[in-house]
Design a protein around this ligand. Sequence first.
Ligand SMILES: [Zn+2]
Length: 275
Amino acid sequence: MPELPEVETTLRGITPYLLNKKIKAITVRQPQLRWLVPDDIHAAENQKILRLERRGKYIIASTGIGSIIMHLGMSGSLRIADPKFADPKYEIRKHDHVMFELSGSKSMIYHDPRRFGSILWTREPAEQHPLLAALGPEPLSDEFTGNYLFQQSRKKKVAVKNFIMNSHVVVGVGNIYASEALFRAGIRPGKAAGRVTAAAYGLLATEIKSVLTAAIKSGGTTLRDFVNSEGEPGYFQQTLNVYGREGEPCRQCGRIIKQRTIGQRSTFFCSHCQS
Ligand SMILES: [Zn+2]
């Protein structure tokens, strides 16, 4: 599943082709995504994209009259294609559901085999859209601190891993990065959020920022189904300490990495290094 670093990588990849470009035409080949692609998406035709940004795992392309809100879901990707028949990238592939033809002779194609992603249109300021209005702070913003996590978590019995994966608390901390940040901060993922100390949250906030920044730098981790904006696999392998390493030795202490299901998600940790 594309996580925040992959979405950020996608945004950076598509921005040069979209920013200040006019949307010449939108072709919806398959409107049945997680939500139906609305008919009024065509209002964006002949509009110039004035701003591109990411909020959580949403990519927002704003025009003068409204915004396109995109989410890659489980298996979605955006790629830039050159609409010349000589260019193999122009070839329409199975699961190419929505095409945006842009001025500057490029197209952006939304591809999504599992169709859990979404492409929506709003005439309201995007941040007021119901999907975006209740989101917590960005993990890489100054607003997101250990003190913020400490204050938000008092009296909460939920596991700290679920707490940091809740988008109302903080956006974009997915399963892999939650496991890795908790390992690096030395916190057991199943510990009640309300029992984690202010000092531990200080470390955790720092490690969340650090794992996400490292992943953005390397273009995201390697996972299936993600294709970056140039049509190449967009996840790059990065060294994971615990995620996916059940039964293997901890890189820090040599003991065996354990796996447990917390909040229906596979969770990996070292019971010696995390308490
Ligand atoms: Zn260990």
